[in-house]
Design a binder for this molecule. Sequence first.
Ligand SMILES: Cc1ncc(C[n+]2csc(CCOP(=O)(O)OP(=O)(O)O)c2C)c(N)n1
Ligand SMILES: [Mg+2]
Length: 452
Amino acid sequence: MILGRAFEDMCAQMYFRGKMFGYVHLYNGQEAVSTGFIKLLKKEDSVVSTYRGHMHALSKGVPARAVMSELFGKTTRCCRGQGGSMHMFSREHNLLGGFSFIGEGIPVATGAAFTSKYRREVLKEADCDHVTLAFFGDGTCNNGQFFECLNMAAIWKLPIVFVVQNNLWAMAMSHLRATSDPQIYKKGPAFGMLGIHVDGMDVLKVREVAQTAIARARSGEGPTLVECETYMFREHSLTGPEELCDPAEKAHYAARDPIAALKRYLIENNPASETELKAIDKKIEELVEDAVEFADESPHPPRNQLLENVFADPKGFGIGPDGRYRCEDPKFMEGTAQCKKRGIERGPGGGGETPGDPSFGEGIISPIFESALPLASCQFPKKFTKYLTSADEAHDRDVSIHWQPYFSLESLLSEEPLQSSLDLIAGQSSSHHAEMEKGRQVKELKGQGRLP
Ligand SMILES: Cc1ncc(C[n+]2csc(CCOP(=O)(O)OP(=O)(O)O)c2C)c(N)n1
Ligand SMILES: [Mg+2]
């Protein structure tokens, strides 16, 4: 927990110093949930996280150096700088992502749990008792994928624990306003599965509940839905304002800081002295400093890494051996024209899936968004700028990348060094997003009559 807190406080500093770009969502205040659950897992067990996943990665054993350098967009792990904050992934540690779209991780986790069951029961791998933990927020529980996966996991008795981190807010939306029955754990029994509520600010209580749920999954008793009542001490993401919450609510949860509470417990009950705890703080501080130095000194990815892991590579559009973009196939841009002529309107994420399909270009947007990357986002061809003429439109269309309007093919083909493009993304996306957040906040406050 101390590592997670110190690491993320450092992330905030590094973000505002311009060392990280895109969105960065911190977990401060929720550490007891990650530690209470993940520290009980075996290496082979899987964790599926959200866009707020640095701490899950650390709890699962991904080294602080690897996580920090990922946040810096450097080559030195864990996704070679291509994932960024919202797409932490480590095959070695069975950390199966990192998803910028809310709820996207739940089916992936359900699939991982199905794999364990299949290996054990169909392939007769008797020792395959692997468990999957799916972490997500209260707001995500209003999403259809949550219900579909609960249903499927219950029917198949999958070895999975659905861990809801109920921090009472989904961006600027209060959980109490958005959910018909705010007691999320009660949705478990509706699907024939055990539902448990736990104080997510108390790591020992979380651990106790986690032990029960993980043991159930491992022994074949099926899934459990655990609602952890927790709170986020910082704003939704580092780009947004935080002042929507009631100060009394904040103070209430600040007084229940899980780290301070555990320290008090350890000192009062004698398992550790204050001096020993201070020594841990110091050790962690050094580890985080080391991670920052490592990340800072690590190299940027080479330009020719941009299209790696992008599964749909439009023919002729790519990076040449000299590291420069090429657009050798005129048909690539013609595709757009044909597509328009045929009246095919496709939004981001849709589109032709195979090269040769005139609308193929649109299809690449989804894998790019999904597979990540502040980095590769600067490869968008010009035509995407036509879809989304402003960041507000991007937001209305629920597209999680807000900076595509700033890029054109010309800029990608230019001599401009990669890093300056990234700086541009960082500056423009952050400031624009902050502006949008501010607008939304003012609207909300006006609606509540708190502003004239
Ligand atoms: C499918 C989808 N819709 C909307 C968004 C925009 N969005 C990002 S975070 C968020 C709120 C999620 O709240 P919650 O599940 O409570 O998680 P928390 O941020 O509180 O950890 C929303 C709506 C998104 N990323 N994906
Ligand atoms: Mg929430």
